[in-house]
Design a protein. Structure first.
Length: 488
């Protein structure tokens, strides 16, 4: 595969700032592409938190065409890698407390349209080699609605790079009132149903879906799901129209960060051949969560956003059954207030079985993966999901719903799959109490009654390879297709 100049456009990147899986992808995929001899550079907004964590920043550009003079382009390295990093520095837009998209009270920033339109214009200047860098990408890889305007702004230029747009979660459109289109002074030809208009308003994500040379999602199954009315969020017609340009590529994981044999957050290391450490980590996790330190109860872990999309209401519905069957459950996450409250009430009602930590802790997330026997991911939809992949490597058998990346990464422990030694977890189809409890009940029965099968499930899971090296090869194929579409 030939070498290309790649500009990777993202609104968040780990370890500078993270709200979800996009940051993990942006922190790992560029480094994997760099390892494939590609000249890849990451560009993102200069949030206050990102500026604090970035290393050895210097001025890369003082003037960018089409961008206000107050905006600077800063240059550094993505921490822990040799990947070049550009930060779009506009203090009125990005130097503020809170997260990249919401204020400290959890409300969307009122000027998000202005913030990410400015970001898109800065990216466009870099993409067209008009940012005083003396470097132009062959491919601009944009991610989610925050960079959706970039393919649209690039489209009219005859000497533009090829554009790729990746959908990490179609549920978030970047939707604004129609008046924003005019106040942002976007080119008039971009308005209309064949452009950025969506039900009378302005949709940033349509910029990527309509104008990118190639579109991708973060798993093959999700690429199929978003072409249906149930998962398409009103954009399924457009996605079916552009189906020949749509590809699903499964996210990879960084096994340097997620490996029980080397994990600095885990007290007792272990691997597929020496599993004693996992039993000790279970005791450690029980102690941390205030659960009785007993070996016999299956210990289920859950890490993630506490919302109905993640199926947490289904988890709440099976708690009486878990308690009745002497199962323990350790939960880490935050989200909808009423769900948080119900989980905390369950923990008070069943303190020997249910424990909840509201918030997020990277070390604790690793410790749950290392200490739990099983991991719950009953999502109603899950574009890719990463925790089920982490769970496989940590010998923590996943219980998942058959959707998106969960369907692509976990092989159900059916009699047939067990017999051919392919099973890695327990999969259910319907997002109902009975669906989740049926899968959990099967897992509990194998855990308690078929220890040899259980060990086989663990061994199968720990052998799986979902590294970025594999995914990077597919992205290189996607880039080649984008270049061909661009030339045609």
């Amino acid at each position: 595969m030939s070498s290309h100049n790649i500009l990777f456009v993202t609104s968040e990147v780990y370890p500078l700032i993270k709200t979800g899986g996009l940051a993990d992808v942006a922190g790992s995929l560029p480094a994997a592409l760099k390892g494939q001899s590609q000249d890849v550079r990451v560009i993102m907004p200069a949030y206050r938190e990102a500026m604090r964590k970035a290393e050895k920043l210097g001025f890369a550009s003082f003037r960018m065409e089409g961008v206000p003079e107050t905006v600077r382009l800063l240059e550094g390295r993505l921490p822990g890698t040799t990947v070049r990093l550009y930060l779009v520095d506009s203090p009125p837009h990005f130097d503020r407390p809170g997260g990249p998209y919401v204020d400290p009270d959890g409300h969307d920033w009122a000027d998000n349209a202005e913030r990410f339109a400015l970001f898109a214009r800065a990216v466009t200047a870099v993409a067209l080699n008009k940012a005083e860098l003396d470097w132009q990408p062959d491919i601009v890889h944009c991610n989610d609605w925050q960079s959706g305007l970039v393919p649209a702004l690039l489209a009219p230029y005859p000497k533009r790079p090829a554009s790729v747009f990746t959908v990490h979660n179609l549920a978030y459109h970047g939707f604004f009132e129609a008046t924003k289109f005019h106040s942002l002074k976007l080119p008039s030809h971009l308005w209309g149903v064949d452009g950025l208009e969506f039900h009378g308003g302005l949709s940033f994500i349509k910029g990527g879906l309509v104008f990118a040379d190639m579109i991708s999602t973060v798993s093959p199954t999700y690429a199929e799901e978003i072409r249906t009315p149930h998962f398409g969020h009103g954009l399924d017609g457009l996605l079916n129209h552009r189906a020949e340009r749509l590809m699903g590529i499964l996210n990879g994981v960084d096994y340097k960060q997620w490996d029980p044999a080397k994990d600095p957050h885990v007290k007792y290391s272990y691997d597929a051949h020496h599993m004693v450490g996992k039993a000790r980590n279970k005791q450690q996790l029980q102690a941390q969560f205030g659960l009785p330190q007993r070996t016999s109860p299956p210990l289920l872990g859950l890490v993630g956003r506490l919302a109905e999309q993640k199926g947490i209401d289904l988890v709440l519905s099976i708690i009486p059954e878990l308690v009745k069957h002497d199962v323990q459950l350790a939960i880490l996450g935050s989200g909808d207030k009423h769900i948080q409250t119900e989980l905390q009430q369950a923990a008070k009602l069943y303190p020997e079985h249910i424990a909840v930590h509201i918030g997020f802790s990277e070390p604790l997330a690793h410790q749950i993966e290392a200490g739990a026997d099983m991991f719950l991911m009953p999502s109603r939809f899950e574009p890719c999901g990463l925790n089920q992949i982490y769970s496989l490597r940590y010998g923590t058998v996943p219980i998942v719903r058959r959707t998106g990346g969960l369907a692509d990464t976990v092989v159900d422990a059916s009699d047939e799959n067990i017999a051919r030694k392919a099973a890695t977890g327990f999969v259910f189809t319907h997002a109902t109490h009975d669906g989740l409890w049926g899968a959990a009940q099967r897992a509990i029965a194998v855990f308690r009654g078929q220890p040899q099968v259980w060990q086989q499930l663990i061994a199968n899971g720990m052998r799986q390879d979902f590294s970025w090296k594999q995914s990077a090869k597919h992205y290189l194929e996607l880039y080649q297709l984008a270049l061909e579409k661009r030339q045609s």
